[in-house]
Design a binder for this molecule. Structure first.
Ligand SMILES: O=C(O)C(=O)C[C@H](O)[C@H](O)COP(=O)(O)O
Length: 218
C-alpha cells in the first residue's frame, strides 16, 4: 500500500469517527436486541457503533443493524486476528477496531478495503503503527494506560497521530478526553448499561446517548 493510500485510510477513519463525539462499545447477547439498541443510540445522537466480537450474536448483529437501522455506521470491535477481519468485512462492517495490534493484523489490513483501527497503549506500540503507515489509533486501556495525561504527552513527539481513547471512561471523564486536540472520538460502554439492555429500556439508553453529546458534565 502506498502512502497516498494511507492518507485515504486516515481520511476514511476521520470521516466515520467525526460523525459523533462518542463511540458506544456494544456487547450484544441477544440478536433481537441489536436493532432496537442501535436505534436507541442513533436517536440519541450516536450513529457510529462498535459491535464487539465478544458474543456469538456479534456478526449477525452487524449485518442486521447495517440493513435495518438507517443512519447507523456499524463497526466491529474486539477484532483479534486476520480471520476476524475477514469475518467482519463479510458481515458488512463499515470499519474494524482492535484492542491492540499484531504484525498479522497490520499485514492483513493492507489487503482490506474496510478501514481498520489498531490500538496502542505505549509510545513504542505507536511507533510500530506509524511505521506501518497508520496515523489513527485506539488508545486502550485508556484510563489504566495513563488517560488524558498520556495522550497529552504523546501529542509532543507524535503530532500526526490521533486517537479514540477507550477503556474505563465515563460521562464525566469523556469530556476531558474530548477537549484534547489529538482525540477523534471517545469510546466506551457507560451509555449502554448492562441492566438497561437486559430490561430493554431503550428510552434510558437514548437519554444516556443524548447526554454524551452535551459539552457540559452531566
Ligand atoms: O473489546 C475490545 O475490543 C476493547 O477494546 C475493549 C472495550 O473497548 C472496552 O472494554 C470498553 O471499555 P469500557 O467503557 O471500560 O467498557
Amino acid at each position: 500500500m502506498t502512502s497516498i493510500d494511507h492518507d485515504n485510510r486516515a481520511a476514511a477513519i476521520d470521516a466515520i469517527l467525526a460523525r459523533a463525539p462518542v463511540l458506544p462499545v456494544l456487547a450484544i447477547e441477544r440478536l433481537d436486541d441489536a436493532v432496537p439498541l442501535a436505534r436507541a443510540l442513533v436517536d440519541g445522537g450516536l450513529p457510529v457503533l462498535e459491535v464487539t466480537l465478544r458474543t456469538p450474536a456479534a456478526l449477525a448483529a452487524i449485518t442486521r443493524i447495517t440493513a435495518e437501522v438507517g443512519g447507523a455506521v456499524v463497526g466491529a470491535g474486539t477484532v483479534l486476528s486476520p480471520a476476524d477481519l475477514d469475518a467482519v468485512a463479510a458481515a458488512g462492517a463499515a470499519f474494524a477496531i482492535s484492542p491492540g495490534a499484531t504484525q498479522a493484523l497490520y499485514t492483513a489490513a493492507e489487503g482490506q478495503r474496510m478501514p481498520w483501527i489498531p490500538a496502542i497503549a505505549t509510545a513504542s506500540e505507536l511507533m510500530r503503527g506509524l511505521d506501518h503507515g497508520h496515523r489513527r489509533f485506539k488508545f486502550f486501556p485508556a484510563e489504566a494506560a495513563g488517560g488524558v495525561a498520556a495522550l497529552n504527552a504523546l501529542a509532543g513527539p507524535f503530532p500526526q497521530a490521533r486517537f479514540c481513547p477507550t477503556g474505563g471512561i465515563d460521562a464525566t471523564s469523556a469530556l476531558r478526553y474530548r477537549a484534547l486536540p489529538n482525540v477523534m472520538t471517545v469510546g466506551g460502554s457507560w451509555m449502554v448499561p448492562r441492566e438497561a439492555i437486559e430490561a430493554r429500556d431503550w428510552q434510558r439508553i437514548t437519554a444516556l446517548a443524548r447526554a454524551c453529546c452535551a459539552t457540559q458534565p452531566p
